[in-house]
Design a protein around this ligand. Structure first.
Ligand code: NAD
Ligand code: ZN
Ligand code: ZN
Length: 338
């Protein structure tokens, strides 16, 4: 089968013919219909995040159609459309048992620890990691498994701060951020949305997706936010970049008692001390989402409340797609359609 192969930072991704994986008793072979290209893949390709194999097939945002099932699998059948839940936990620790596999300390993420979905087929180690699509287009479902699931969990962490007249800031209106705006509208429709990005096209998209105010992330963001909020600041902020600049901008934009959620893994640091941030401002991080949260996200898409903006590309376009993502030129999400 055809697969993309990553040989380490500094090497272009290769397209190769690789053997089809063996399907163990609990495993499922999925024919990939869509595999999203996430900025986290860029952090891997740039050598900022390590992978466990070399070479490896990247791709952790996957959906498709079940092709083969292991002898013990009953949950899905060949022909079923499925979204692949990607935060594969060890399955046996206390954290996995309570259903938060995305927090497992020994995870086996496809596309980072084992081969992922930028290929014709993906071996899913256990059928519990599949959610049936029940009619949802798998190309649309692919980015929902991360570009929507991750902001869904992050925004849920802020909802106690939100509601009529309250203000949510979204920093970075890319693959995750453009879904975050839609998720916020679905979960808390009366909240006023503020979008911050360095790219005009992204800010234009943010307006279309319901942002009341858009702010140039290259300017004095704190001053612009204060000017647009009667000096009060934002009640919650989700940072989908996470570098020194955006974290400082989040701190400068936060209201008293605000909540700041860091999702972007650009490696920035936010100095935190009693007087550094507004009084009783909370800062936390958020990683991916749980299987139950993925089911909720798929339901939001089925009901039409959230719709990813998708650009389809073949596997062969991967290196070009990655350089455009690097340059910040991709609107919404690119989904590879092998
Ligand atoms: P993306 O490249 O699609 O979007 C990033 C956006 O940020 C772009 O619109 C870009 O113009 C904007 N941006 C860049 N610098 C900015 C600045 N200084 N101020 C404001 N906006 C700025 O990326 P993505 O796929 O949406 O991923 C976003 C981040 O989230 C990445 O760091 C990725 O690795 C991370 N991520 C984290 C998780 C998690 O579980 N925590 C999951 C998926 C992705
Ligand atoms: Zn991702
Ligand atoms: Zn675990």
């Amino acid at each position: 089968m055809k697969a993309t192969r990553f040989y380490g930072a500094g090497h272009a991704i290769q397209i190769e013919d690789v053997p089809e994986p063996e399907v163990g008793p609990n495993a499922v072979l999925v024919k990939i219909a869509g595999a999203g290209v996430c900025h986290s893949d860029l952090h891997v390709i740039d050598g900022e995040v390590g992978v466990k194999r070399n070479p490896i097939t990247l791709g952790h945002e996957n959906a498709g159609v079940v092709e083969k099932i292991g002898s013990q699998v009953t949950a899905v059948q060949p022909g079923d459309g499925v979204a692949v839940f990607g935060a594969w936990g060890c399955g046996v620790c206390n954290i996995c048992e309570r259903g938060e596999e995305n927090l497992c300390q020994n995870p086996i993420y496809p596309g980072i620890m084992v081969d992922g979905g930028w290929a014709e087929k993906l071996l899913v180690s256990h059928s519990r990691n599949l959610v049936k699509l029940n009619g949802l287009d798998p190309v649309v479902a692919a980015p929902l498994t991360d570009a929507a699931l991750t902001p869904y969990r992050a925004i849920k962490k802020t909802v106690s701060r939100l509601g009529p007249g309250k203000r949510l800031g979204i920093i970075g209106v890319g693959g995750l951020g453009h879904m975050a705006l839609q998720i916020a509208r679905a979960l808390t429709p009366a909240t006023r949305l503020y979008a911050i990005d360095v790219n005009k096209d992204k800010l234009a998209m943010a307006k279309e997706l319901g942002a009341e105010v858009t702010i140039d992330g290259a300017g004095d963001v704190g001053a612009a936010v204060k000017a647009a909020t009667d000096g009060e600041g934002l009640d919650a902020i989700v940072d989908f970049v996470g570098n020194d600049q955006t974290l400082a901008n989040a701190a400068a934009s936060a209201a008293i008692g605000a909540k700041v959620v860091i999702v972007g893994i650009a490696g920035g640091t936010l100095p935190y001390s009693f007087w550094k941030l507004p009084l009783e401002c909370e800062v936390t991080s958020s990683i991916w989402g749980s299987r139950q949260e993925l089911k909720e996200v798929l339901e939001l898409a089925r009901t039409g409340l959230i719709t990813p903006h998708i650009e389809r590309q073949p596997l062969e376009a991967i290196n070009e797609v990655l350089s455009r993502l690097h340059a910040g030129e991709i609107q919404g999400r690119v989904v590879l359609t092998p």
